[in-house]
Design a protein around this ligand. Structure first.
Ligand SMILES: Nc1ncnc2c1ncn2[C@@H]1O[C@H](COP(=O)(O)OP(=O)(O)OP(=O)(O)O)[C@@H](O)[C@H]1O
Length: 768
């Protein structure tokens, strides 16, 4: 395939600088072809430096994009290697720079109409990938390109193609016949992306006829649109093939071919269709391929269908594969409390802005959006939703009619929705690329944003791998406390109040003045509370399980009183001594992580906690209700992960069970430690009921409470649980024995908080 202009030297656009805003200038000028000189102050990379720019590790972590994968002759440029030599004088005079020291679109030799429509859209200077692609694209070179999410790849191919079409149209009379065939074909993997590319091109070049074709909508309408004469066709492979086969779409005049998100074509099974289409476009054309990774199929495509392509990789060896402005956090959570915490996360972290929540399954997307709708306006987006509804949903979200979109990965690639503030990975993505693309729906076009990854204990390792593969670092966070939630809600409401029209305010002023005279600032506080959805006081919420009606208590033992032991079991012993009801009701117990301070946190029902906090305590021990979790020993560690008697009470009640009586039976031991032990979240998803120790059906004991004893005995003999440490076993055995005691009058089963040994209370401690 011959390129349209042919190539001679390597000309690159100026000042590619990814890590900072400062331009890197090097006054080294290679001979340029005259027509290009007039176009743009050119940057040049010396051919001698080309080899040093090859980067075998460029796509490390996200796939293989190395030189070896491309073939020996291909040139690879990594953005930060570019050196610019531009008209130094103009630059020094500030004549070439647009906003933030970047190249102004007015100085690029682009047609005036194009400049105007770009400026109208707020595009005054080029982004790095656009600068990098511009000149080689105008030179007619085939290009393989890669840049971070939201960095303007669409216009990277869009601007040079539009410029070329406009120039052709200026030169060729009669070009704009109503039967003209498309000169540009852009392939996109999803309907949403195709629509978006169409929009970007249409808005930048309204004088070109751009038609978008994809499945799920009327074939006839697309047929009609194509028959009116068209310049650019953007489409998904399936529908394109149908239109080609029916001879509605003729590709004979295509001389620009773009494959956007090429690796995603593979992921959604379009390989064959793509190849059929590529076999149908004229051999003499210019091709540009954008891909985040280089799987085998893409390498094959580039070898077969691209002509001596230039590779422009603006991600390269940079560890971080995400745009700079995205703040990443990770939140450990149990599957059963995910949904409750989700709306709190949105309230606190999206700060009233737009959020996209990503789920793995369509069902989850539906269910999560339904559940959210009670408190926040949310809609689902996934492949089972009709194309029309998908478009309506996306438009509504864009226009801010609702603020939370719950989507499967169908929406993760390419979607350009301005001002998405928060991404929540409600389920872990399947691979690092999906993580990058999901997260990349925020922080677009240089803006800031955050992404939060929700994960369960047994996914910790995956989170670590993700950090490694994506080259990012998560800040580990805890679910928002009630104070934060209230504060954020009040802030959103206050922001809404500021938007109320002054004339409307006037109508309400007399009533407001009367109320203020009567109640003072309480009147305004009441309005804020009502608008925030807190007309009733918020019920207390556990910081560990996030269950309503529970509070989290911290037990701290002063250093002078600490001993060489401290375990969940001793906490049970302590509670049994101080207030047995608390020992009965305690939920998960987790030990503090801080060195030198012995302590633990645990959940209790609010009323029980109140009584406990008024009890006299043994010296050296303090109890307090906390509003933020302190650092805890690794949640997944068997040595620290411990559930009290009724830890599954809420799961039971959520699934229609009573929290007392026989439902407490053997199920009360289901918990995080177990989930981790058996390595599956599903064990939780059924409300914790599905956990069964291997070969031991204790959880189904028909005898309710007595199953505890069965379990205890069964556990000791159930040595098949070999991934449990001895300590763990003894913790649990002793403790369950204690519960037997509490319920059935046997021996005390906690541990003495004085000496740490099981089987007796502190009062009966032999050391007394
Ligand atoms: N030079 C520019 N100046 C300002 N805004 C721009 C510029 N170029 C593109 N944009 C805007 O930035 C946003 C992101 O662009 P685009 O969708 O092309 O990114 P992308 O790299 O294709 O993202 P993704 O990888 O997620 O598909 C768009 O809204 C686009 O209009």
């Amino acid at each position: 395939m011959a390129s349209l202009l042919g190539t001679s030297s390597l000309f690159l656009s100026p000042s590619i600088e990814l890590t900072g805003t400062k331009l890197s200038l090097k006054p080294q000028l290679l001979p340029l072809r005259p027509q290009l000189r007039s176009l743009v102050p050119l940057a040049v990379v010396s051919p001698n430096s080309v080899n040093s720019l090859l980067s075998d590790e460029a796509f490390k972590g996200l796939g293989d994009f190395s030189k070896s994968s491309l073939g020996e002759d291909e040139e690879v440029f990594s953005g930060d290697e570019y050196e610019s030599e531009m008209d130094m004088e103009d630059f020094a005079n500030g004549e070439l720079v647009g906003g933030e020291g970047e190249l102004s679109v007015t100085k690029l030799g682009l047609p005036e109409e194009l400049v105007k429509s770009l400026e109208k859209r707020g595009i005054t200077s080029l982004f790095p990938i656009q600068r990098a692609v511009l000149v080689p694209a105008l030179e007619g070179r085939d290009i393989i390109a890669r840049a971070k999410t939201g960095t303007g790849k669409t216009l990277a191919f869009g601007i040079p193609i539009i410029k070329r079409l406009m120039e052709e149209d200026g030169a060729l009379t009669g070009r704009r016949s109503s039967h003209r065939l498309p000169r540009v074909l852009v392939l996109a993997p999803t309907r949403e992306l195709a629509k978006q590319v169409e929009k970007e091109i249409k808005e930048s070049a309204p004088y070109l006829n751009t038609v978008c074709v994809y499945g799920g909508v009327s074939y006839q309408l697309q047929q009609k649109a194509l028959s009116r004469g068209v310049d650019v066709v953007v489409g998904t492979p399936g529908r394109l093939i149908d239109l080609i086969k029916s001879d509605t779409l003729r590709l004979d005049e295509v001389n620009f071919l773009v494959l956007d998100e090429a690796d995603q074509m593979l992921a959604v099974g379009f390989e064959e269709d793509v190849e059929v289409i590529l076999d149908n476009v004229p051999a003499v054309r210019q091709s540009m391929l954008f891909s985040a990774t280089m799987p085998g199929w893409i390498k094959k495509l580039t070898r077969k269908y691209l002509n001596n392509p230039l590779t422009i990789d603006l991600v390269g060896e940079q560890e971080e594969k995400l745009a700079e402005g995205i703040k990443l956090s990770a939140l450990p959570i149990t599957p059963t409390t995910k949904r409750t915490v989700l709306s709190d996360l949105i309230t606190v972290h999206a700060k009233g802005g737009k959020t996209i929540v990503f789920t793995q399954t369509k069902r989850d997307a539906d269910e999560v959006s339904m559940a959210l709708t009670n408190s926040i306006a949310a809609e689902a987006l996934h492949g089972d939703i009709s194309q029309h509804q998908r478009e309506r949903t996306l438009n509504g979200f864009r226009q801010g009619k609702f603020t939370v979109l719950v989507a499967t990965d169908v929406a993760s690639r390419g979607l350009d929705i301005p001002n998405v503030d928060l991404i929540i990975h409600y389920e872990l993505p399947n691979d690092p690329e999906t993580f990058v693309h999901r997260s990349g729906r925020t922080g677009r076009a240089g803006k800031a944003g955050s992404a939060i990854l929700m994960f369960t204990n047994n996914q910790r390792r995956t989170v670590k791998s993700l950090e490694r593969d994506v080259g990012c670092k998560f800040e580990f966070i805890t679910p928002p406390g009630i104070e934060e939630i209230l504060e954020s809600s009040a802030e959103h409401v206050a922001a809404t109040l500021r938007g109320v029209h002054p004339q409307s305010i006037e109508y309400f002023l007399p009533a407001a003045e009367k109320l203020a005279a009567e109640l003072g600032s309480n009147a305004l506080a009441a309005a804020l509370a009502q608008m925030s959805g807190f007309s009733q006081p918020p019920s207390s919420r556990s910081l560990i399980s996030h269950e309503q009606g529970y509070v989290t208590i911290q037990l701290t033992r002063e250093p002078g009183y600490s001993r060489g032991f401290f375990s969940a079991r001793s906490v049970m012993g302590f509670l049994s001594d101080v207030y047995p009801d608390a020992a009965d009701e305690v939920g998960k117990i987790q030990l503090l992580a801080s060195e030198g301070v012995q302590g633990a946190v645990f959940d209790l029902p609010e009323e029980i906690a109140k009584t406990l906090l008024n009890k006299e305590l043994p010296p050296g021990n303090t109890l307090s209700k906390i509003t933020k979790l302190p650092a805890l020993q690794d949640d997944g560690s068997p040595a620290t992960d411990f559930y009290g008697r009724f830890s599954s009470r809420e799961r039971g009640s959520r699934f229609g069970r009573s929290s007392g009586g026989s439902s407490r039976g053997g199920r009360s031991w289901n918990g995080g430690g177990r989930g981790r032990q058996s390595g599956s979240d599903d064990e939780y998803s059924g409300g914790g009921r599905s956990f069964k120790p291997r070969g031991n059906d204790w959880s189904r004991s028909p005898r309710g409470g007595s199953s505890i004893n069965d379990w205890s005995g069964g556990r000791r003999s159930a040595r098949s649980d070999d991934d449990w440490s001895g300590a763990r076993r003894s913790d649990r055995s002793s403790y369950s024995g204690g519960r037997g005691d509490r319920s059935f009058g046997g021996a005390f089963g906690g541990a003495c908080y004085k000496c740490g040994r099981p089987g007796h209370r502190a009062l009966d401690c032999p050391g007394n």
